[in-house]
Write a protein that binds this ligand. Structure first.
Ligand SMILES: C[S@@+](CC[C@H](N)C(=O)[O-])C[C@H]1O[C@@H](n2cnc3c(N)ncnc32)[C@H](O)[C@@H]1O
Length: 377
């Protein structure tokens, strides 16, 4: 059967791919459908046909899965922010664990046995401390839309609340709506400042305060198990991991190219009377060659917490040559992480001891992972 746009089909979902789309088949031809659950039979309408797969929109759930729940948000399905509100929270965690294990096996050539169960967020709604809302002029309706990019990726869904954002941000959304931007095309970042951390307005801080203790505990546990005495905290932002792990090592150094974040990192360390660390404002790829020479590799651990695009190949190659005892790789983008872990482990230079996923982003396709890489002797 050759599918065409507009065709209505009934099919059974046999997996949820990374990114949240369900995978079904029509005569062996793969069809991706959002907002479904493995095991469900659904009716869908084809919206796009490519050489090897098609996409469809969900029309009706014929046989619902037992994990199906009512989404809390009235914009779910139209707003592009969340993919999993229709799935009960325990099932979201299982789905994410399987997706990471599948991805690491396929892209990273990594045994799925190293991927631990996902640590849940104690607050699966109302957790986000930073959101970006956009304005867009809707010509036909003659009105300014204020909200998030829609699932279709083209338009802005006009919203008055966001169920995954902290309550304080929902108040800020109403304030923006009461004092709207003068035109379309404007982005407004809304943020709740963390307690006891200095963070400049444009600098990075972790998005979910509720799961931070578990994230810190995971990094500390990996570091303590590795036994390194020196820590190089790369992409350190306002010094978060270096400062939180300072007591586990004799000395640490943080590197970050955002100069204001580095100034804040120094203040954050001083405020805690932490004196065994220093912070350097530099590009990781420029400073790393001379930095690695300062520490003996067998006593050194490196934290990598790069932006979503992952690490530069040169940075990974340098780490492979220098071979520090441990590399702890933190990432909110499992696909680039799997690629980088594969490079690190090639030819048996490093070995992946464990991957700990943490659900820093409930209801969405995203998930944070911490990987413990050990140098092989
Ligand atoms: C995911 S954030 C991690 C921040 C920090 N580890 C934390 O937990 O708060 C990535 C950081 O890397 C910084 N960054 C991105 N590219 C960089 C580069 N080439 N050299 C140095 N820092 C970089 C960004 O400014 C950002 O602060």
């Amino acid at each position: 059967m050759s599918l065409k746009i507009g065709d209505k089909i009934i099919l059974t979902i046999h997996d949820l791919a990374f990114g949240g789309e369900g995978v079904g088949r029509v005569d062996d031809f793969v069809v991706f459908i959002p907002f479904v659950i493995t095991g469900e039979t659904v009716e869908a309408e084809i919206t796009e046909v490519k050489k090897n797969f098609a996409r469809a929109k969900l029309l009706r759930v014929v046989t619902p899965a037992p994990e199906r729940v009512t989404p809390e948000c009235k914009y779910f399905g139209a707003c592009g922010g969340c993919q999993y509100q229709h799935l009960d929270y325990a099932a979201q965690l299982r789905v994410k664990q399987k997706q990471i294990a599948d991805l690491f096996e396929r892209v990273g050539k990594i045994s799925r046995a190293v991927v631990a169960p996902v640590i849940p967020c104690p607050v699966p709604y109302g957790y986000r401390n930073r959101i970006m809302i956009r304005s867009q002029w809707n010509g036909p309706a003659k009105k300014l839309e204020i909200g998030f990019i829609r699932t279709d990726n083209k338009f802005v869904e006009d919203i008055t609340e966001c169920k995954i954002a902290e309550p304080a941000l929902n108040e800020q959304i109403l304030h923006v709506r009461a004092h709207p931007p003068p035109k379309g095309g404007i982005k407004v970042v809304l943020r709740v400042q963390p307690e006891n951390w200095e963070v400049p307005p444009d600098s990075f801080f972790q998005n979910n305060f509720f799961l931070l203790p578990k994230l810190v505990a995971t990094v500390r546990e990996f570091l303590a198990a590795g036994g390194a005495r020196h820590l190089i905290d790369l992409y350190c932002g306002v010094g978060f991991f270096g400062i939180e792990a300072a007591a586990v090592v004799d000395s640490f150094v943080g590197v970050e190219y955002d100069k204001l974040a580095i100034a804040a990192a120094r203040k954050n360390a001083a405020a805690r009377e932490i004196h065994n660390g220093e912070f350097i404002a530099a590009q990781v790829e420029n400073i790393l060659p001379e930095l690695l020479k300062k520490f003996s590799p067998e006593k050194t651990a490196v934290i990598l917490d790069p932006p979503r695009k992952g690490c530069w190949p040169e940075t990974l190659e340098l780490l492979r040559q220098h071979r520090p005892a441990q590399v702890i790789y933190v990432s909110c983008h499992p696909a680039t992480m799997a690629r980088d872990l594969n490079i690190m482990c090639a030819d048996g230079v490093f070995e992946l001891a464990r991957v700990q996923p943490l659900d820093m982003f409930p209801q969405t396709q995203h998930v944070e992972c911490v990987a413990d890489l050990r140098r092989r002797n």
